[in-house]
Design a protein around this ligand. Structure first.
Ligand code: NAP
Length: 246
């Protein structure tokens, strides 16, 4: 069994705890300043071999710095910190740790991303197809657009011949042909839905990934914990998938 520490004991932390044993992990302890039964903060001695970080965009960088300084491996699920990636790479090298990160640890979403890349390449051969997308999440989500939306937008921009930039905000004007519109909706308790629409005057192709619960993210995070426990350096979840698929 791999010993793990959960940093952030909210909806994701609890789901990971429920599924840990079935995926070869033992939850040694939980760290969360607000939740009963958790240690309030990271110390020099309260981290297991691998830490799974699902807290808050405002807290994640501080937690990464502390875990790296303690020389422990990390699975980072919290989103909203990508601009700090160069600093995180330096920290991982300096402290000789492994860190895996991803906006969406669902194996199905990772397959979806590959399907969308292929669909974009196919539709790009026929200029009458336009493409747009939207995502729906529960009304407690702290950031918008979702990290997964940004990842999917980058996949589409990379494969498209016409789209150059993604527009996530409300438009007060007509969209230009080289812009990809990616809208966000926050409602109820939706765990995460992403849609991509290829549309022409005569037909449309619509692709949807719908997380049924947070379990799909938790399973991927536990798989990532096992994978990173044997590695050093910073890896994306996509790199783990490439490794598992070949
Ligand atoms: N990569 C993925 O596959 C994936 C999947 C789902 C969610 N996420 C992301 O993971 C993060 C957490 O999601 P969630 O649904 O579990 O959120 P959540 O239910 O709000 O849980 C987060 C928990 O972390 C706590 N926290 C805040 N600051 C902390 C700190 N410094 N140290 C430790 N814990 C701290 C929060 O306390 P307070 O409530 O008091 O702030 C809360 O209890 C979000 O960024 C979300 O977007 C990623």
């Amino acid at each position: 069994m791999l010993n793990i520490t959960l940093i952030g004991y909210g909806k994701m932390g609890r789901m990971i705890q429920n599924l840990a044993e079935a995926h070869g992990c033992r939850v040694q302890n939980m760290i969360d300043p607000t939740q009963p039964g958790c240690e309030p903060q990271i110390t020099d001695s309260n981290l297991a071999e691998v830490c799974l970080e699902f807290s808050h965009p405002d807290a994640v960088m501080d937690n990464i710095r502390k875990v790296a300084a303690a020389g422990k491996h990390l699975v980072v699920g919290t989103t909203g910190w990508n601009k700090y990636l160069p600093e995180v790479e330096e920290l991982a090298a300096k402290h000789n740790i492994g860190l895996i990160w991803g906006a969406n640890f669902s194996i199905g979403m990772n397959i979806f991303d590959r399907v969308i890349r292929h669909a974009t390449l196919l539709c790009a051969k026929f200029p009458f197809y336009d493409v747009g997308a939207w995502e729906i999440h529960h009304n407690q989500k702290a950031d918008s657009p979702s990290g997964t939306a940004i990842q999917l937008a980058n996949t589409i921009l990379d494969a498209s011949e016409t789209k150059q930039t993604a527009v996530y905000d409300k438009l007060e004007r007509r969209i230009s042909r080289d812009e990809l519109h990616f809208a966000s909706v926050r409602v109820g308790s939706v765990p995460g839905t992403h849609n991509v629409l290829f549309d022409s005057e005569t037909d449309s192709l619509e692709f949807t990934h719908r997380a049924r619960s947070r379990a799909c993210f938790a399973v991927g995070a536990l798989q990532a914990a096992q994978w990173i426990s044997l590695r050093k350096g910073v890896h994306s979840f996509n790199q783990m998938m490439e490794d598992l698929l070949c």
